[in-house]
Design a protein around this ligand. Sequence first.
Ligand code: FE2
Length: 453
Amino acid sequence: MSGDPSVKVIVLDKGKELYKIVSLYVESEFETNVLHYESPNSIDDSENIDLKEALFVCDYTFILNFQSDFKSLGAKGYNRSFIILEDSLLFGDEEKREIETLLKEFKHSFCHRDLIKNQFVEMIEGMCGDAIPKVDLKYSKMSMDYFFKSKHALVDTYIKIGAEKFIKIVNRGDDVPEEVLEHITKKGVRFFYVKKVDFKECYRSIVDSLSERSSTKKGVEGSLTEQFTSIENVHTALKSLGVSEEVLEIADETVEIAKKTIQEQANLPAFLKEFLKNENYISELSTLTSYLAISCLSELPWGNPKNFTKFALASIIQDVALNDEELAKICHLDSEEFKNLNEADKTKVVEHPSKAVEILDHLEGMDQDIKDIVMQHHERPHGKGFPWGLKDNEINPLSNLYIICHEYAHRIITGGLNLANMKKIDQDFREMFSSGNYAKPYKAFLEVFRSKR
Ligand SMILES: [Fe+2]
């Protein structure tokens, strides 16, 4: 396997948030791994015996809080350089002088806390040069999970064994042999590689088979399964590859398929029934919400292609920050399910909309409407939702419609299509959504059910 990189990026921070965003950027651009330590003293040097250089990323407030630890850093046997994050509002000349005195022995640069990927990557290149090799331009990194799901290689698949050396482990179309899988997992390999030219094809093959199925009208079951897989893959890609044009392209194609599929389904109850045969709540919810929202939008004056795309993208991204389906299913903070969670899981639930928006902030082409919908997808009428408890008139009008569809999709997937559940939904929805800013979108929602009965 490839030797340890000579430069490691080490994030020093109390929490994990900065570490997550730095790894997203660094691991998609450079052949190195990112480590996280809560203080300069907790660094385990036995893990870094061959290390030539460490590039630390930390906030200026962190350095000021751990001043004495930073003073004694010079004794260790590898070079150190620093990217110090600052906030131009509070970070003045005095703070800068203080940091510069503390780090005078080390190479250091200042960077704004709102990490902008290109600037951050350029800064790392400028500080480390060739010592930190860029990800090979001919290959794209793929998360391990991608192929493990089907055990079937859509394209030629490689692992990296040296600075610029790749070995093919599976041919296009072959199954990944069990023993190969086991072997590379034991070696601690975290990524596969596929040729750049094959990367898009990988995703596209899933989406293409989906459009073939929907155009030949072989029923929706197959299409839905494929659609779920493609949403899972977009999530995997966003997390493991970071910002990537290909991911956005795939999201756009998913939108096209969603629109096409919904237009072709004349019978909504039969279509809904298919959702209950699948098992991944996050993907089912995403797909059903976007299908319903796009259908309802067609009944309203704002029904234009731009808004269709906004709904589909929001639905793909909404729960990207949650891996646990049980956490994703929680829609009310006063529910027993929520109250029984530990504090860490409670935070995950409450913060998942803002975490998803953070990812959106780093993608190009995401307008404020998409961010609003994602941020507000758990808000409910009369301020009963979360995270903010916003009232009807405090949210984006597109969110009003989206929320109705999100609540419906959630209730159908978790409660089933039985008469009792349908009656309860009908009754609750009339109470919740008949007035205020929800009234118009709710009318459109009812219209869709009338026309596609
Ligand atoms: Fe959610």
